[in-house]
Write a protein that binds this ligand. Structure first.
Ligand SMILES: [Zn+2]
Length: 454
């Protein structure tokens, strides 16, 4: 028997608020479900609105191709199947067809939605996947394995990736600890952005996902070989979804809207990007995570969970992940990646230092606490330790580092830290790169890297 809720597009999180029909539909768009098959829905702008008109008692039904079928020849059960199929069409695309001897063959792929819940029950976290009701504590389905691998990848700080983790029978590594606690400590908004997974909020309107906008810009800028931070400001500075995906005479804007509208298209586009593209730059991504954490910290929160301690956990974790990505490897790091790592580190240090109240008037009291916990109170070798191991790349950021040292000396830091920082600067001055780029080419005023090194 077909169950309409089980095969909807979107995540079909059936006990959640009624956004189940499609998580790809964005704010203010209350039109019927979007995609029947890719071609027809994109080509025919009016076709979505009226094919699903039907009622349970009618003995006719209009199919997605707009053919009207009489059902009076069918049993009640057969009518239900047809109604479910035509009212909630499967997401099928034909792949290829063939004629061999006395056989015609059609191959298709069907997009099937699954949802996994991590439910807190007292001390335990219960894992349930929609693929089967009989998944028990000792059997993990492939969806759970896949999802928890993704989550571990994003939440694992301080781990040498060459070292194995131990997979348990529930489908995740022992290193995860309690799953619910892990996500709770990390925060779902930060995790969702790094998983490229729009987050639905119950307490707010369904806004366009900021992380998706950023990554759509990175994808499109890569095609044009342009700087993603300045690419097409007319599209990206105050983006709107619009009511129609197709934007005539503007292919970039059209693709941007497709990337917002369709997760599969976004994942497909992203999967084709090259290792050197901004969207695949692990250091850039860690740097963006720190930006998100600091934005949340600055904004405060109604539940008081965005604390300095939470931000410190992430910032130290991201710096540690950068160190692991640079040094825990069998091959030496190519210069372009070392440069990206140094850029991310300088950006992170700058973001922390400029949150000191004496550097900026708009920052909350949390900014001072953050500076104190990472730089001011104790010498944890914050950023400077990793940069000193990347001198060839770090020397391209000498101007920025000199300015940051000056600020650190003004705001105060342990003597040992200031000494290390001065030693780093002195060693970088000695390197004098032949074509040391001007400051503007390395890091913008906000500390964000704006140009890749050739
Ligand atoms: Zn499953």
């Amino acid at each position: 028997m077909y169950s309409p809720t089980a095969k909807l597009n979107g995540l079909s999180l059936d006990a959640m608020p009624p956004v189940t029909r499609s998580m790809s539909r964005l704010q203010g768009d209350t039109s019927p479900p979007p995609i029947v098959d890719y071609e027809s829905s994109l080509e025919s702008e009016e076709s979505e609105s009226d094919w699903s008109e039907t009622d349970e008692d009618s003995l006719t039904i209009k199919s997605p191709t707009r053919i009207i079928y009489r059902l009076d020849n069918l049993t009640q059960g057969q009518r239900d199947v047809v109604r479910d199929t035509f009212n909630c069409p499967l997401q099928i695309s034909l792949q290829r067809c063939r004629h061999v001897d006395n056989t015609y063959a059609f191959q298709m792929t069907e997009l099937v939605n699954r949802s996994i819940r991590l439910h807190r029950d007292g001390e335990r976290t219960i894992l349930v996947c929609s693929c089967a009701g009989d998944v028990n504590e000792t059997t993990a389905c492939s969806h759970i394995l896949w999802l928890l691998d993704q989550i571990l990848d994003q939440t694992l700080y301080d781990h040498d990736r060459r070292e194995p983790v131990r997979l348990n029978q529930r489908g995740f590594a022992d290193e995860m600890g309690d799953l619910f606690e892990r996500i709770s400590k990390h925060h779902i908004d930060i995790l969702a952005a790094d998983l490229h997974c729009p987050l639905i909020r119950e307490d707010a309107d369904f806004r366009i996902d900021a992380a998706r906008i950023l990554e759509a810009r990175e994808l499109l800028a890569s095609i044009h070989a342009e700087d993603p931070d300045t690419f097409r400001p007319d599209i990206f500075d105050s983006p709107s979804q619009g009511t129609k995906v197709i934007k005539r005479h503007d292919i970039d804007r059209t693709i941007f809207r497709m990337l917002l509208d369709n997760n599969n298209f976004f994942q497909y586009f992203r999967s084709l990007s090259r290792p050197g593209d901004p969207i695949r730059d692990v250091f850039r991504k860690l740097s963006q995570r720190v930006d998100r954490v600091l934005d949340k910290l600055d904004a405060g929160g109604t539940d008081g969970s965005k604390t300095t301690e939470w931000a410190t956990h992430h910032i130290r974790g991201c710096v540690s992940s950068i160190r692991c990505a640079v040094f825990d490897r069998d091959q030496p790091l190519p210069f372009s990646e070392a440069h990206a790592a140094a850029a991310a580190l300088v950006h992170i240090l700058s973001a922390v230092v400029t949150r000191h109240p004496r550097a900026s008037s708009h920052v909350s009291g949390q900014g001072r606490n953050l500076y104190m916990s990472l730089v001011g109170e104790r010498d944890i070798d914050f950023v400077v330790g990793v940069l000193s191991l990347l001198p060839e790349a770090a020397c391209h950021f000498l101007y920025d580092l000199e300015a940051l040292l000056e600020q650190v000396e003004t705001y105060g830091a342990p003597v040992s830290y200031v000494t290390k920082f001065r030693t780093l600067i002195a060693s970088l001055r000695g390197l004098r790169p032949e074509s040391r780029p001007k400051r503007a080419n390395d890091v913008t005023a906000s500390g964000r890297r704006s140009k890749r090194m050739k």
